[in-house]
Design a protein around this ligand. Structure first.
Ligand code: NAD
Ligand code: MG
Length: 398
């Protein structure tokens, strides 16, 4: 019996996670077939990916980019690829009947609707786009459950936690004995830098992550540790735990990708090289394992593991994320929206690094109280927080 290849849609194919996903997929052409790819505006990279993977659909963010891609495909091996543009097309390729798996790897709130569409149509959702879960929380988790979708975390920490959790097959209670989730984080490029000099750090310094190579937004998030804050919220939703069960552990080597501590004194961890192809391969093949192209860890090379508690004074964004989650859904949406605007403004040299948490705190203070029950209310809060964040920058610079 031949097993049919799983049909895969990649949202955000041209980014860091998208490229790593295609690298794993290219190693297993008999198992995975690329059904659709999407990108924002990077036509050149998308063209290259279409020529290699010949997807049924390629979706660009706007008509100009789509037209340019279409022209590039004429007369090539990928001339059958249908090029589409816009948000509805993204949701279409995420929910298409023939699709089995959806890699959600768009960065930021732009990924929310297509990622939700994948959950609502019962796909296996490979979730890299943590912002969409931070924004939608219960709505997203309910959509997964109600539509019998599968949710596999791609974030390396959450993938490690998933691997270290009790297996439902072996226990009646899927959280049997779990005491704490130990969420590790490297501490980013500014873990030991003199706090008084953080005011002056440049975008280039902030995106230079010591261990991981990633997109620019998540790299700045790692430098502020907002990334870890978003991951705390992500862990609470994914594993259905309260935030006081999620302990951040700073581990500069990024070799332990996270751990689960049990009531009998056991601590289970997942370790490996800092290469996203490991969690991607795991999530594609789960519950099996496939080769990912990642070399095994060499313990004689990685001979030291250091740990320290997180410093909330150095990293106020981490504190803000815990606060937002405790406050409710609207505060988390405001946190995320303000952070996206702040990071873009910092990368654009409009605000200093240390203004990022100040702006987020002010925008969060204005969020509605409670938690939204429908997607429209998420979008309304997201929009309002962005408007407020933009005017915060304007006022500051006037
Ligand atoms: P990236 O910037 O490298 O890539 C983002 C992708 O999204 C690109 O393909 C881009 O074309 C697309 N995109 C951007 N804005 C868009 C828009 N408005 N509409 C449609 N498409 C858009 O980012 P990345 O590092 O690959 O991260 C992607 C997601 O995965 C983020 O949510 C990030 O937090 C998460 N993540 C990344 C890593 C990593 O190692 N890179 C690790 C864990 C989690
Ligand atoms: Mg992570």
């Amino acid at each position: 019996m031949t097993i049919q290849a799983k049909q895969l849609t990649i949202l955000g194919a041209t980014g860091s996670i998208g490229v790593s996903t295609l690298d794993v997929v290219s190693r297993h052409p008999e198992k995975y077939s690329v059904f659709a790819l999407s990108a924002n505006l990077n036509v050149e990279k998308m063209l290259e990916q279409c020529l290699q993977f010949k997807p049924r659909y390629a979706v660009m963010a706007d008509n100009d980019a789509a037209e340019e891609l279409e022209n590039g495909l004429v007369g090539t091996v990928a001339s059958d690829t249908q090029v589409l543009a816009g948000k509805n097309a993204l949701s279409m390729i995420a929910s298409h009947d023939e699709v089995d798996y959806v890699m959600a790897a768009i960065v930021g709130a732009a990924g929310l609707l297509p990622t939700l569409a994948a959950a609502e149509s019962g796909k296996r959702v490979l979730l890299a786009n943590k912002e969409s879960l931070v924004m939608s929380g219960k709505i997203f988790m309910d959509a997964i459950r109600e539509n019998a979708a599968e949710l596999l975390p791609i974030d390396s920490e959450h993938n490690a936690i998933f691997q270290s959790m009790p297996h439902p097959q072996h226990s009646n209670n899927d959280k049997a004995g779990v005491e704490k989730i130990l969420l590790t984080g490297s501490g980013g490029p500014f873990r030991t830098r003199d706090i008084s000099t953080l005011q002056a750090v440049t975008p280039e310094e902030a995106v230079a992550h010591p261990n991981w190579s990633m997109g620019r937004k998540i790299s700045v998030d790692s430098a502020t540790m907002m990334n870890k804050g978003l991951e705390v919220i992500e862990a609470c939703w994914l594993f259905d735990v309260a935030d006081d069960k999620v302990q951040v552990v700073v581990h500069p080597q990024s070799t332990i990708h996270s751990m689960v501590s049990y009531n009998d004194g056991s601590v289970l961890a997942q370790l490996g090289r800092p290469d996203m192809r490991t969690p991607i391969a795991y999530s594609l093949a789960w519950p099996e394992r496939i080769e990912s192209g990642v070399e095994p860890l060499d313990f004689f090379e990685a001979s030291r593991f250091d740990f320290e508690p997180p410093n909330f004074e150095r990293f106020p964004c981490l504190r803000l994320a815990y606060e937002a989650h405790r406050e409710g859904g609207y505060a988390s949406i405001a946190l995320n929206a303000a952070n996206e605007v702040a990071v873009a403004a910092f990368l654009d040299h409009q605000i200093p690094f240390t203004d990022i948490p100040h702006m987020i705190e002010d925008v969060m203070a204005d969020a509605a109280s409670g938690t939204p029950f429908i997607v429209d209310d998420i979008l309304i809060q997201d929009k309002a927080s962005r408007v407020l964040a933009e005017s915060w920058i304007k006022n500051k610079n006037n």
